[in-house]
Design a protein around this ligand. Structure first.
Ligand code: UGA
Length: 445
């Protein structure tokens, strides 16, 4: 099939590469000329495992091309996926101006008597498809025929290609048989559950999925806080909960809170949608409030341990919001570094992939140093804080951490080290939600 992708962020570029890999002819459009130039020569401005290889292969086999000319895309595509950003506005609601602009451009450039299927892949509030219909009517002036489909994407950064190729489900929100049959044909080779619903349901499924997962994370983080006060090990508890098929084990890893370009933004936007429709949103609002101050936990442990932080150097491992990505959007590391610098502490930073992006917010300075090796980042530091569970951190021998740090204090925001071993080595070790250990250590202080 001939597919057009508008917007080459994470969702757009991954969808484009994967549809091409499945044998479709795909053209990707973006207003950002630099991005398009870069993709055209097989260079990806974002790091995502496997993406470069797919780009290279599908460009070489002539199934994947790039353009900054929307007319070219519209002329050659029967199905056009809208994959542009929907960033948050000041009040938390989703800014839909990029979606509107994309659909308007498609409407204005669609040839007379043509038929196009416009697919919303961007995450948008319920009812957006109705506005898009109106926009196309307005700017196309009845020259062409359009069908609208809502087909949200559920891929996770860092695992995006595998998630796209092997999804848990494909949700298709449609109003006409023609659009339904075309989308089902496109996804024919994907062996998974396909749910065909009305467009409003499809729009809500996306926000509700992200908000529900965010709720699971905040819930387990709340229980972790209880464990720290009463005793109990959050990993045992997650397992105990997870064995209940109704609950499930995934997204019950306690930590320093969720970040990224999706959960924080989508939870806020979902709240806004509920408020607009006078629906009680208090449940999901507390998820958002709880998560937005979770990073302070790290600061308070540091203050408990080191008292005055001014002029003390703290090492931080893991700046990305999660492993296997260089994305730092809404990463807990940003708030933590900002707060430490406000307190006139110094930070020594290491991340396998996200350093370049982090430097754009926190350039190297007297109080901010970047190191290319995790152990080197520990030199002269009075504590290590682990913020992202990169696999390479798990492989580091804790004895080497002990030798490199000036004081053996480790705050493990992602529970990557075995607590018993850390205790045996006489670290002052602060994992998340391991109350027994914490109490034992406090008693022996
Ligand atoms: C999320 C959803 O998982 C995807 O299904 C969705 O398609 C995507 O948003 C989107 O809307 O585009 P993503 O933000 O890439 O994907 O990353 P996740 O793996 O969901 O992680 C989000 C945050 O939650 C990370 O900061 C992660 O560290 C945190 N998390 C995740 C936990 O703290 N505990 C967990 O058990 C799981």
């Amino acid at each position: 099939m001939n597919i057009g992708i508008v917007g080459t962020g994470y969702v757009g570029i991954v969808s484009g590469c994967c549809f091409a890999e499945e044998g479709n002819s795909v053209i990707c459009y973006d207003i950002d000329e630099e991005k398009i130039r870069s993709y055209s020569v097989c260079k990806s401005p974002i790091f995502e495992p496997g993406l470069k290889e797919l780009l290279k292969k599908n460009i070489a086999e002539k199934r994947l091309s790039f353009t900054t000319d929307i007319k070219e895309l519209v002329n050659s595509s029967e199905i056009i996926f809208i994959c542009v950003g929907t960033p948050p506005m000041n009040d938390g609601s989703a800014d839909l101006s990029q979606v509107e602009a994309a659909v308007r451009a498609i409407a204005e450039n669609s040839p007379k008597n043509s038929y196009k299927i416009i697919v919303e892949k961007s995450t948008v509030p319920v009812g957006t498809h109705m506005h898009l219909k109106t926009i196309t009517k307005l700017y196309n002036k009845g020259k062409s025929r359009f069908d609208f489909v809502v087909n949200s994407e559920f891929l996770k950064e860092g695992n995006a290609i595998a998630d796209f190729m092997n999804p848990d489900r494909i949700v298709i929100g449609v109003e006409t048989d023609r659009a339904r049959d075309t989308l089902l044909k496109l996804y024919e080779c994907f062996d998974t559950k396909k749910l065909v619903v009305d467009p409003s349901s499809a729009e809500i499924i996306k926000y509700a999925s992200n908000s529900f997962l965010a709720m699971k994370i905040s819930f387990i983080n709340m229980v972790a806080d209880l464990c720290e006060k009463t005793g109990g090990d959050i990993e045992n508890i997650s397992q105990g909960l997870g064995y209940d098929g109704r609950i499930g084990r995934s997204f019950l890893d306690a930590g320093i809170g969720y970040g990224g370009s999706c959960f924080p933004k989508d939870v806020k936007a979902f709240i806004k949608v509920m408020e607009e429709h006078l629906v009680d949103s208090s449940l999901i609002k507390s998820v958002d409030n709880f998560n937005s101050i979770r990073y302070k936990k790290i600061i308070s442990i540091l203050q408990d341990e080191l008292w005055i932080l001014k002029n003390k150097e703290i090492a931080l491992w893991g700046l990305a919001f999660k492993p296997e990505t260089d994305d730092i959007r809404e990463a807990p590391s940003i708030n933590i570094v900002r707060e430490l610098l406000n307190m006139e502490a110094k930070v020594s930073l290491y991340d396998p992939k996200a350093e370049e992006n982090f430097r754009k917010i926190f350039p190297q300075s007297q109080n901010v140093r970047y190191e290319a090796e995790p152990l080197k980042a520990l030199e002269n530091c009075e504590a290590l804080v682990i913020l992202t569970e990169w696999e390479e951190f798990r492989k580091i021998d804790p004895c080497d951490i002990y030798s490199a740090l000036a004081l053996p204090i480790v705050i493990d925001g992602r529970n990557i080290f075995p607590s018993d071993k850390m205790k045996e080595l006489e670290f002052r070790y602060f994992p998340i939600g391991k109350g027994v250990i914490l109490r034992d250590m406090r008693n022996s202080k």
